[in-house]
Design a protein around this ligand. Structure first.
Ligand SMILES: Cc1ncc(COP(=O)(O)O)c(C=O)c1O
Length: 487
């Protein structure tokens, strides 16, 4: 593609995206595609000869849009949101155009240093404890997802607990390629991790991937408000110690996936610090709320955590993917993840003056994610971001009021943030039918979970374009569809 053609199609694509943003509200929220629809419409093999970009461009509307579930629709209330915004999209575009791969400081100093500054900016904006700032013993890194952050935290915790003698002996005796010289597996692991029955599935996944083993993860029950039961945690830890196991990692949550419950971090941290257990706090969705001072009490106890994560790609107007992962002791993380082959050595890295973020993550290569955050934080400013978050939380409270005032529905969890969990009194089968009918209507998109054995509907506010009138319409649609099912 010549620079002139690139310019032409680049302008056309931005026009298309601006129009999309303006019309997204009119599109059925949940894609109506049937399995295989797109596969059938695509040729079986890649083209042998070049195609004109005008044909490719036309296929976006013809082939792709029908298979899109419109996460940016103001009527998208499922799961948790995946925000985008103009500044963030432009940041993504610039990152793609620059084509930087920032594995080392030397492979693009701006990529590394902008990232360090953005993580420190966010730490200050969210009033995170100083231990997570790059100016102390810790620091932050941008990863692809909260799942990766939890895995990295687990690996760092294991490194610390075993002082580098993990499941793999000889890990630190590296040959010229940075590979271990011998990799004999140690006898059965005694390491034990803890999390609650409301934690995100990424904790279990991390334990599996790390080779800790599912049997070494204790699932601690939660209380009637879906918060980790600390006395059950304490009992489990003591029992493990008595049995000769080594408790090493606990993942707590601020804003659980099912109901946005907040685990009692201060009490959990007491148990963890008594037994030198690494405390990781996952605030994937709720973390953005820490920008608002009046919500910071939910984040109490974070100063006792060894790692913390949240996702600007959920609720801070920043495109997927953008996860912030903070550690209080960067050395533990780097020891767990750094392998240094000859071909990655640079004098500046060896001087110790710079950060090489490749040592803070699983893959080697990395995208220039900090650009979009920089654009978002500067374009909106903290004040507008706070307003935006508060607006969504107000809408959730308004929706909760409607549920509370209705005869047919029950609200089943506290609304501390932006999620309303509720169900129709008619029972699980009816609620499942109701959800299917709502989503099939194309007018809105909700998702579900199980709380205390009940099929529960989740209305999660957080799409960038959602306004109070969308919430009102969503409630009216729920009532109408309910009525049609009852007849
Ligand atoms: C509490 C919590 N943790 C982790 C995740 C996983 O996030 P990611 O997709 O960034 O891995 C989610 C996703 O919704 C979540 O709600």
């Amino acid at each position: 593609m010549s620079p002139e053609e690139f310019r032409k199609w680049g302008y056309a694509m931005i026009d298309w995206l601006a129009d999309y943003s303006a019309r997204v509200e009119t599109l059925p929220v949940l894609s109506k595609s049937a399995p295989g629809d797109l596969r059938k419409a695509l040729p079986l093999t890649a083209p042998e000869h070049s195609e004109d970009f005008s044909q490719i461009f036309a296929d976006i509307d013809r082939l792709i849009v029908p298979g899109i579930t419109h996460w940016q629709s103001p009527n998208f209330f499922a799961y948790f949101p995946a925000n985008t915004s103009g500044p963030s999209i432009l940041g993504e575009l610039l990152a793609a155009g620059l084509g930087v791969q920032g594995m080392l400081w030397a492979t693009s100093p701006a990529c590394t240093e902008l990232e360090t500054s953005m993580l420190d900016w966010l730490a200050d904006l969210c009033a995170l404890p100083n231990q997570f700032k790059s100016t102390g013993s810790g620091g932050g890194v941008l990863l692809d997802s909260a799942s990766s952050a939890t895995l990295c935290a687990l690996l760092a915790a294991r490194e610390k607990a075993t002082q580098g003698q993990t499941n793999w002996s000889g890990l630190h005796q590296q040959n010229g390629n940075g590979a271990p010289q011998h990799t004999a597996l140690s006898p059965k692991s005694k390491l034990v991790a803890y999390t609650s029955d409301q934690a995100h599935s990424s904790v279990l996944k991390a334990v599996r991937i790390a080779g800790i083993g599912e049997t070494q993860l204790r699932i601690i029950p939660s209380d009637s408000q879906n918060r980790m039961d600390v006395s059950a945690l304490n009992t489990a830890v003591n029992q493990d110690i008595q049995e000769g196991n080594q408790p090493f990692f606990c993942a707590a949550t601020i804003g659980t996936t099912s109901s946005m419950a907040v685990d009692p971090i201060p009490e959990i941290s007491v148990v963890c610090s008594q037994h030198s257990i690494w405390l990781h706090v996952d605030a994937a969705m709720a973390g953005s709320v820490a920008l608002c001072p009046e919500y910071r009490h939910h984040f109490a106890g974070l100063d006792q955590a060894q790692s913390y994560t949240f996702n600007p790609h959920k609720w801070l107007l920043t495109n997927f993917d953008c996860n912030c992962f903070y550690v209080s002791d960067r050395q533990a993380l780097i020891s767990a993840l750094s392998i240094l082959p000859e071909y990655l050595r640079t004098p500046v890295s060896e001087s110790g003056e710079v950060i090489d973020y490749r040592d803070w993550q699983i893959p080697l290569g990395r995208r220039f994610r900090a650009l979009k955050l920089w654009f978002v934080l500067r374009s909106y400013g903290a004040e507008k971001l706070r307003e935006y978050l508060r607006g969504h939380m107000q809408m959730a409270k308004e929706f909760a009021k409607r549920v509370d005032q209705s005869e047919q529905f029950i609200r089943v969890a506290q609304v501390d943030f932006s999620l309303v969990c509720f169900r129709h009194k008619a029972g699980n089968t009816f609620n499942a039918k109701l959800l299917a009918a709502l989503n099939a209507s194309g007018k809105l998109y909700l998702s579900h979970t199980q709380l205390n054995g009940f099929y529960t509907l989740r209305l999660s506010v957080g799409a960038a374009q959602s306004q109070m009138h969308h919430i009102e319409t969503a409630w009216q649609t729920i009532l109408e569809i309910c009525q049609s099912l009852e007849q």
